[in-house]
Design a binder for this molecule. Structure first.
Ligand code: PBG
Length: 331
């Protein structure tokens, strides 16, 4: 293949040709929309750093989920913000906590919508860490019991998939055992297998009111500099029988998505996190970049890197564009 006998531009001549040779397609089927759930009625409290995203009371959450479902988005992931937080995150393990009630409400109205729940302690603890704290330490093994109870509470409420995001060692196995013991052997675990200690989570911590009150998460989340360690983390979760593997954040970690795609055959999820969303919104508000084109380019890049599914605050916007016509992906 040499110029001038071979000319790469031949297959780029028209939109139809380009469409025919396109290697990666973004589809509404790939998207999972995050929702933040608070106590109360008729609450829609906007999050300053995430334009268009709100903390919603259960009634408003159900209305929002109906819209999401009508757009063709197959799944939502829920984050709960309880009224009262304590050192052991007890609001997170209760059968009538905010998330179990939200799950029951959603499944009643939209039985086919896939409801995923984030399983973690940080939204429920007063110190904001993802586990049990002693002094300055986040204790691994005592946290496993609480995460397992939280996952079982979600399962009893009818959740479709649980997604542990705490980064404690051994939590996939512990949750699997607890779910199976309680008769929930059909509930898959979507593991935040490779989760970095990232500054891109800033806006989420405003949304979930989950910023750590002392220190940071570097003793459990991964160092952004590490690549081989990502493969070790994923391998551990595969051995513990995870059903999905997640990489988080997405944009700055496309190499890690590719590494996992090549090493494992499980469905792979990219989490396009809050800080990525906020950066795009801020630049677009100033008119510095084309919001819709950059959004579709980024989501397509995540799929090209190897993701099967993308958790994204852009899901509704992307679904709208993808539905309009095929030019959604033709920049
Ligand atoms: C909870 C959790 C976090 C996110 C998802 N689950 C925050 C964190 O680890 O601090 C971040 C999501 C986002 O930034 O969009 N552990």
């Amino acid at each position: 293949m040499h110029f001038p006998e071979y000319r790469a531009r031949r297959t780029r001549r028209t939109p139809i040709l380009r469409n025919m040779v396109r290697e990666t397609r973004l589809s509404v089927d790939d998207l999972i929309y995050p929702l933040f759930c608070v106590e109360g009625a008729d609450v829609c409290h906007p999050i300053g750093s995430m334009p268009g995203v709100c903390q919603l009371s259960i009634d408003r959450l159900v209305a929002e989920a109906r819209e999401v479902w009508q757009l063709g988005i197959p799944a939502v992931i829920l984050f709960g913000i309880p009224d009262r937080k304590d050192a052991l995150g007890s609001a997170g393990t209760s059968d009538d906590g905010i998330i179990p009630r939200a799950v029951r409400a959603l499944k009643q109205v939209l039985p086919e919508l896939i409801v995923v729940t984030d399983v973690c302690m940080c939204e429920y603890t007063d110190h904001g860490h993802c586990g049990v704290v002693r002094g300055q330490d986040v204790l691994n093994d005592p946290t496993l019991e609480l995460l397992s109870r939280q996952a079982v509470a979600h399962a009893r409420a009818g959740v479709d998939i649980v997604a542990p995001s705490d980064m404690m060692d051994g939590r996939v196995a512990a949750i699997r055992r607890a779910l199976d013991t309680e008769g929930f052997d059909q509930i898959p675990i979507m593991s935040y297998a490779v989760k970095y200690a990232s500054a891109f989570y800033g806006p989420f911590r405003e949304a979930a009111e989950s910023a750590p009150q002392f220190g940071d998460r570097r003793s459990y989340q991964m160092d952004p500099a590490n690549r081989r360690e990502a493969l070790r983390e994923a391998r551990l979760d595969v051995h513990e029988n995870a059903d999905f593997l997640m990489v988080k954040p997405a944009m700055a970690y496309l190499d890690i998505l590719r590494d996992l795609r090549e090493a494992f055959d499980l469905p792979l999820v990219a989490y396009n996190v809050s800080g990525e969303f906020a950066m795009l919104k801020a630049a677009a508000q100033r008119g510095w970049i084309d919001h819709d084109r950059v959004m579709l380019e980024l989501l397509t890049a995540m799929k090209r890197a190897g993701a099967d599914l993308i958790i994204t605050y852009h899901a509704k916007e992307a679904a709208g564009l993808l539905r309009q016509d095929h030019s959604g992906q033709e920049p």
